[in-house]
Design a protein around this ligand. Structure first.
Ligand SMILES: Cc1ncc(COP(=O)(O)O)c(C=O)c1O
Length: 461
């Protein structure tokens, strides 16, 4: 499989004995949040930004993980928040993010949500023309003369590549068709900017971009950002920008995404070797410093350089402990079926591969290729089609699935099985910060009168 991880090795810094001890007290699957890892990531990012000789800002992408224990901690580090819906905005403010340090992004913002943002003084980064009309109306009604807004710009070039030319072609087409933001240098963007310029209530003070997630190709990311910065420099000359926000998307080392296109899929079907490109490493501090330099070259001195990562801050601060429930050796496949599936690790079906480590006892040093699946009754609930694990892994063993901090909690669901708990560890303290969902929770939205059998009911006519 393209981009498969090497044989599982312990992930640096995780105390597996402690995870095993937690499994005695909590039902698997459950996530563990290691707050020290979260703190370190926050400090590293703020440290890298602090090295730059310009104002900087880090907004945490709340959608990536809205766990209150985690968001409150990041707010205390002095981060701002990036939100993309009204309920996220309310959750961010409740977590302690300052409204003036919060930005409202996303392709759809309802009138109620825009009103909420305006009331709190949260800056809106405009992505759709209708937002201009609604904001103007709301600002006029509130007697606000100047509401500062940003605009989302897209670069139109891909930020990932592969040795498979069909993957590259797909990535180029997708970048041109990207529906988030407006293409740098396009007449459509110019028209939108003109609408804001002519508004008697709105003032353009920020350019926003967000290119993708789990970006690992540093050169490509920088090249794409240069297009955004070029546009920002033009707008700065006309309007005097306060901020350029380059978004998030910084890749982390513990995750591999497949980078094969239809050509290698076909090749593989005919017995060809999979794409085995070397996985590059994205150096976020270096990227920020390169962006800073480029901003200086373009005359964007004094303008705040902002970013809004999610995954990079939280991915490896969480891991999931799951138990092997069944070992099935078939003529053509060897399966380990675990109790934590796609509903609590929602990226599995898309081919994203995370490190999987057997824990809790000494295992054989003989390894072989296993397919690892979750417990759900559908095809795509597969963690890995082929991962090297010890030969003697058996029913009852524990596995640690790494990098579950990003896009697990918020994207988890209760299809067939309920959502998992999160236990936070902080030094030698331990706290259940998100309890496991129950069957009762699943049905809490139903009309309570319909939740027990009606003994007197007649058969439907
Ligand atoms: C607008 C915006 N900003 C930031 C992020 C965070 O991305 P990541 O978690 O990859 O850093 C996202 C994720 O989808 C996003 O849509």
């Amino acid at each position: 499989m393209s981009g498969a991880l090497p044989d599982p090795a312990p992930a640096p810094g995780w105390d597996y004995d402690r995870l095993v001890a937690l499994a005695d007290r909590h039902t698997t699957p459950f996530h563990v949040l290691d707050t020290a890892r979260l703190d370190r990531a926050a400090q590293d990012l703020l440290g890298a930004l602090g090295e730059l000789a310009r104002p900087t800002k880090a907004y945490y992408s709340v959608k990536t993980n809205y766990l209150p224990h985690l968001t409150r901690r990041l707010a205390r580090h002095g981060m701002g928040a990036d939100v993309v819906s009204g309920y996220e905005l309310e959750a961010a403010l409740a977590a302690g993010f300052a409204p003036a340090e919060t930005v409202f992004n996303g392709p759809v913002k309802t009138e109620e949500e825009l009103a909420l943002a305006l009331r709190h003084g949260v800056r809106v980064n405009i992505d759709g023309e209708h937002e201009i009309e609604v904001l103007e109306r709301l600002a006029a009604a509130a007697g606000r003369d100047t509401v500062e807004v940003g605009i989302r710009v897209s670069p139109g070039v891909p930020v990932s590549t592969s040795s498979d030319p069909s993957y590259r072609l797909q990535a180029e087409r997708a970048a041109l068709r990207n529906r988030f933001g407006w293409p740098a240098g396009s007449p459509q963007l110019a028209r939108l900017v003109q609408r804001i310029a002519e508004s008697s209530h709105l003032r353009l003070t920020a350019v926003h971009a967000h290119l993708s997630s789990q970006i690992v190709h540093q050169e490509l990311m920088l090249r794409a950002l240069e297009k955004v910065l070029g546009e920002a420099a033009e707008l700065h000359r006309r309007f005097g920008l306060r901020e350029v926000n380059i978004g998030g998307g910084f890749g982390v080392p513990g995750i591999r995404r497949p980078r094969s296109g239809p050509l290698s899929a076909l090749w593989g079907l005919h017995g060809g070797d999979p794409v085995t490109d070397e996985e590059p490493f994205l150096d976020t501090a270096l990227l920020l410093s390169d962006v800073d330099k480029h901003m200086r070259d373009l005359g964007l001195d004094g303008v705040t350089l902002a970013c809004e990562p999610g995954r990079w801050l939280v991915s490896d601060a969480m891991a999931m402990v799951t138990r092997v429930m069944s070992r099935k050796e078939l003529p053509e496949a060897r399966w380990l079926i675990v109790d934590g599936g796609n509903n609590v690790a929602p990226w599995t079906g898309s081919g994203e591969v995370h490190r999987l480590v057997p824990i809790g006892r000494a295992f054989s040093s003989d390894q072989s290729s296993w397919s690892v699946a979750g417990p759900l009754c559908y095809e795509n609930d597969v963690h890995s089609q082929a991962v090297g694990l010890p030969d003697d892994v058996r029913t009852g063993d524990l596995l640690c699935l790494h990098d579950t901090g990003a896009y697990s909690l918020g994207r988890s669901n209760n299809f067939i099985r309920t959502r998992a708990a999160v236990v936070a560890i902080d030094g030698d303290q331990e706290q259940l910060v998100w309890r496991a969902e129950t069957g009762e929770d699943v049905f809490r939205l139903a009309d309570p009168g319909l939740l027990s059998a009606d003994e007197n009911a007649e058969p439907p006519q």
